[in-house]
Design a protein around this ligand. Structure first.
Ligand code: GLV
Ligand code: MN
Ligand code: MN
Length: 427
């Protein structure tokens, strides 16, 4: 079967339209999970999916499933999808590209009059980012059984707002059960969010797996005291201790190449310029593609905490809040992506996902892979995140052909059954 291409202008137009919801001054997007803006993005997506002939359902954790019927509805769908929520200073493409690529696949199949044996399903997963509510990948995590529905509904944001209440408030506490979901195969298209495809001059990343992650909440308790009257040797300063901890996180990652270590969230109490900080809460994010190395990073972090407690007198509570081991994707889905990229004539390379993706959790219960496309200077989680219509077209076209390999073409409008495959090869 000759490779098919999607409609570049339509895909780009939809990306730009969605980017207006939560648009920031610097050209990015802020659509935090389960806010009013997230609701607006979801509503727009559902309108588009229904206009494209999909049947839309919402599950108990707010995931949206849009289904294009297949000839045999007793078969599990071939799935795709990603997320519409963003970071506070997020870009226009992280997640959204994967969702709207799914929609563009459906729109292209409609244009071509192609009927598939398996249904096609596009998911919008709830709270992939893990920014407003931690951890990340919650919607896919509940469906995969990594998290229970109740523990996720009970998560609170920094203002104490409960996820389950916010889901109801925006009208996305659905009824479809989170259990029993099946896919014949699942593919997620995503910008790479890193520098490798651009550096190697490749159009497509064939994603072979995702690196492992460990997240922690850390609470440091020292003693608040007067900034002008407390001699330096009598202080128990939670913030200077945090500074040492942050540098240790950086050093642990540097000793475990290609591991990453980040402290991205911090609150200082009482946050007053002339009081020595008595309380700090911060986050630690450790990642590595090798699980043994990730465990070693974890052990070093624990040792650092014990050492700093002893040296500074600051009480440090290190609370692990999330762990998942590196995820290998399914060989048949990796091969479908590689075959599709080659058939379209795109340069490609194998790559491991550095970010967390819903596909990592879907891979627990379905054969899965991902399609990566380059992004300018490898920058993501930033309002300046940038890619081109051509790069999006390439990733989405690979998705279309990888999905068709799995979903099986049974008919094309206006073509007699015996000629079907021949007709596809002429497109
Ligand atoms: C999700 O965007 C993550 O990898 O942190
Ligand atoms: Mn993402
Ligand atoms: Mn992200």
């Amino acid at each position: 079967m000759k490779a098919l291409k999607v409609n570049k202008a339509r895909l780009w137009g939809s990306l730009m339209e969605m980017a207006k919801i939560g648009a920031t001054d610097k050209g990015g997007c802020c659509r935090l999970a389960l806010t009013d803006l997230d609701k607006q993005g979801r509503d727009l997506y559902i309108r588009w999916a229904e206009e494209a002939g999909c049947v839309v359902k919402i599950d108990q954790v707010g995931n949206i499933m849009a289904t294009r019927p297949g000839e045999d509805m007793s078969l599990p769908p071939v799935g795709t999808g990603s997320h519409l929520d963003t970071q506070p200073t997020g870009g226009k493409f992280d997640g959204v590209f994967g969702v709207l690529s799914g929609l563009e696949v459906v729109r292209s199949l409609n244009d071509l009059g192609i009927k598939t044996l398996h249904p096609i399903e596009i998911s919008v997963w709830t709270n992939e980012e893990g920014s407003r509510f931690a951890p990340a990948m919650m919607g896919s995590g509940v469906v995969s059984g990594r998290f229970t529905l109740q523990e996720i509904l009970d998560k609170v944001d920094v203002e104490g707002k409960r996820l389950g209440d916010e889901l109801k408030r925006i009208g996305y506490a659905g009824e479809t059960p989170v259990t029993g979901r099946q896919y014949h195969a699942f593919f997620e298209t995503h910008i790479e969010q890193g520098p490798y495809l651009e550096a190697e001059g490749k159009t497509i990343g064939v994603v072979t797996g995702g690196q492992g992650q460990r997240w922690y909440d850390v609470e440091l308790t020292g003693q608040e005291s007067h900034a002008g009257t407390t001699p330096m040797h009598l202080r128990t300063d939670a913030l200077t201790c945090s500074a040492e901890l942050i540098l240790a996180v950086q050093s642990i990652a540097q000793q475990h190449k290609p591991g990453c270590g980040t402290v991205g969230f911090m609150q200082v109490g009482p946050n007053s310029r002339n009081t020595i900080p008595g309380k700090v809460t911060l986050s630690v994010d450790l990642r590595h593609p090798d699980d043994a190395a990730l465990s070693d990073m974890d052990a070093q972090l624990q040792e650092t905490v014990a050492r700093l407690t002893q040296e500074t007198g600051v009480k440090i509570e290190l609370k692990p809040i999330w762990y998942y081991a590196p995820i290998p994707f399914a060989p048949q889905c990796i091969e479908a992506v590689r075959t599709a990229a080659a058939a379209l004539g795109y340069s490609h390379m194998d790559i491991i996902a550095g970010a967390g993706h819903d596909a990592c959790y879907v891979s627990d219960f379905a054969p899965t892979s991902m399609v990566f496309t380059p992004c300018l200077n490898g920058i993501s989680h930033n309002e300046i995140e940038s890619t081109t219509a051509e790069e999006c077209e390439a990733g989405c076209s690979v998705l279309l052909n990888a999905m068709l390999q799995m979903a099986e073409v049974v008919a094309i409008e206006g073509v007699e059954a015996p000629q079907v495959l021949q007709k596809v090869s002429q497109l």
